[in-house]
Design a protein around this ligand. Structure first.
Ligand code: GLA
Length: 517
């Protein structure tokens, strides 16, 4: 017995002897498609050996809630957030001399692996050090976060904005958080002169990455990449355009920048004073504070704040299609609601998202639009045919047309897609009805969208890998006999067609028609 006890103590001592204290800040650098990024671990090992701290990736900071060291192996339980879902994943590391070879924890099935997590799977060599300063918010201690009171449900009268789906540009798809005043001005200049403004594009929307910290009185400050928001808004307005901004109902945005938690009224006033015309309000860290069923009340807080501040700001709800926002979002002052997770610049992502939007037509009406995320047209991951399908599908849905490419540098083909006025007219039709799938056969789908004056837009989509012949009978789309038909991509009148229409459609392509009485 005594011998056993002694040997146990010896083992314990040996283990303890080997256990290194890895408390402190560790930094790894890696190249990604969006430039070099840092992966940071802030670790605290308590006397019992438990590890807590933060894992900081470019697309979000996640608390480490548990962890242990066994020999030179480290395990850390990280509470990740992905599109409103909090889950736990394990980051691992190996202590090797004075380095830590880390394999980050990625959120299950989404944000990490998709677009922004690209190149971040590891393992990476981290060294003790000081991360390059960023303008991100300080880490939030959620246990100590003051609770906010949520309002009782109330119907906020419509703000009268976005009578047709908003059109414009947003910085996220191309620039991520590497966005600044100069780029925004240059994009505004390009949009105002390259024919896009004339085609209907108006909003220049800054996404994540502009905010910094709060002044002593709580006023939100833009970071030094945006020296003067009021001047920027004036500049954008001088081009006949409107300026949009981005925030979160949580304390931080998805990228870890300051959000509007507890400052809703103050921020709405600040943005109004700057001359902001559009707000994308992204759930992000709010999922660490609230449940999905609180969403309505949480968005209502901002809806009321915007109304109080003058009601001149288009209110875009971004909560990834959770909690049936199509049903209640316009009652809290919303003009559009995000219906899905984040789009990526691939056929797979775009088509999966786009073709799943047919059921949303029942909610769509002037001032209230489904948002299947911003356009990837021109970002390089799809063919011209696929980008044409992208614009067509978004127009058929009645979705916002928010370009996401670098407008300063576009090929003529991309420019022609983005400025196809006939396709845009389908999106912007003043009747405000959503389109829907009317038939589906194998890899082909026919969609119809009722238009003003009893006309109809019809799209023959080929989702398959080989050419397909697609037909539509007018009766299935509630269209009377012998209408006249115009091809909206070929820009040609096809004459009157008795009881239907067929066309040969290339793989991943579309034929888009305007069918008039
Ligand atoms: C979320 C949104 C994206 C973008 C990023 C910014 O993922 O869904 O559209 O705004 O956050 O971090």
């Amino acid at each position: 017995m005594t011998i056993r006890l002694i040997s146990l103590c010896a083992w314990t001592l040996l283990l303890f002897g080997q256990t290194k204290d890895i408390s402190g800040t560790w930094v790894a650098k890696t190249a990604t498609p969006n430039g070099e990024v840092e992966i940071v671990y802030e670790l605290k090992v308590d006397p019992s050996g438990k590890i807590t701290g933060w894992q900081k990736l470019p697309f979000g900071d996640s608390p480490i809630v548990d962890g242990k060291i066994t020999g030179n192996k480290v395990e850390m339980v990280v509470e990740t957030e992905n599109l409103g879902t909090i889950s736990r994943a394990t980051a691992t590391a190996e202590i090797s001399g004075d380095e830590l070879i880390v394999t980050p924890a990625m959120p299950a099935g989404g944000r990490g692996r998709g677009g922004r997590g690209r190149g971040m799977a590891g393992p990476f060599t981290a060294k003790r050090g000081t991360p390059t300063p960023t303008y991100k918010a300080a880490s939030v201690d959620y246990a100590k976060l003051p609770k906010l009171e949520l309002p009782a449900p109330k119907v906020i009268p419509p703000n009268g904005l976005a009578k047709t789906p908003p059109m414009g540009w947003n910085s996220w798809n191309k620039f991520r958080t590497k966005i600044d005043d100069r780029t925004v001005r240059e994009i505004a200049g390009a949009l105002a002169t390259n024919g896009m403004r004339d085609a209907g594009y108006r909003f220049i929307n800054i996404d994540d990455g502009w905010s910094w910290k709060r002044a002593e009185d709580g006023t939100i400050m833009p970071n030094p990449n945006f020296p003067d928001m009021k001047a920027l808004a004036a500049y954008v307005h001088s081009k006949g355009l409107k300026l949009g901004i981005y925030s979160s109902p949580g304390p931080t945005t998805c990228g870890g920048y300051t959000g509007s938690y507890g400052h809703e009224e103050q921020d709405a006033k600040t943005w109004t004073a700057w001359g902001i015309d559009y707000l994308k309000y992204d759930w992000c860290s709010a999922s660490r504070v609230w449940k999905d069923e609180d969403m309505r009340a949480v968005y209502q807080r901002m809806g009321e704040a915007l109304q109080k501040a003058g009601g001149k700001i288009v209110f875009s709800l971004c909560q990834y299609g959770r909690d049936n926002a199509g049903e209640w979002g316009n009652l809290v002052g919303g003009n559009l609601w995000r219906t899905t997770g984040d789009i990526r610049d691939s056929w797979q992502s775009m088509s999966t998202i786009g073709f799943s939007q047919s059921d949303l037509a029942k909610f769509t009406k002037p001032g209230w639009w489904p948002d299947p995320d911003m356009l990837e047209i021109g970002n390089g991951g799809m063919s011209t045919t696929e980008y044409r399908t992208h614009l067509t599908l978004w127009a058929m849905i009645g979705a916002p047309l928010i370009a996401g490419n670098d407008l300063r540098d576009m090929t003529p083909e991309i420019h022609d897609i983005l400025t196809n006025k006939e396709a845009i007219a389908v999106d912007q039709d003043k009747l405000g009805k959503g389109g829907r799938q009317i038939t589906r056969e194998g890899d082909t789908e026919v969609w119809a969208k009722p238009l003003d004056r009893g006309n109809t837009a019809v799209a023959l989509f080929n989702r398959g890998e080989s050419e397909a012949n697609i037909s539509v009978k007018w009766a299935t789309a509630d269209i009377g006999a012998n209408p006249s038909v115009r091809d909206l991509w070929a820009h040609t009148d096809l004459g009157r067609k008795a009881d239907g229409f067929s066309a040969t459609v290339p793989p991943h392509g579309v034929v888009m028609l305007r069918v008039s009485k």
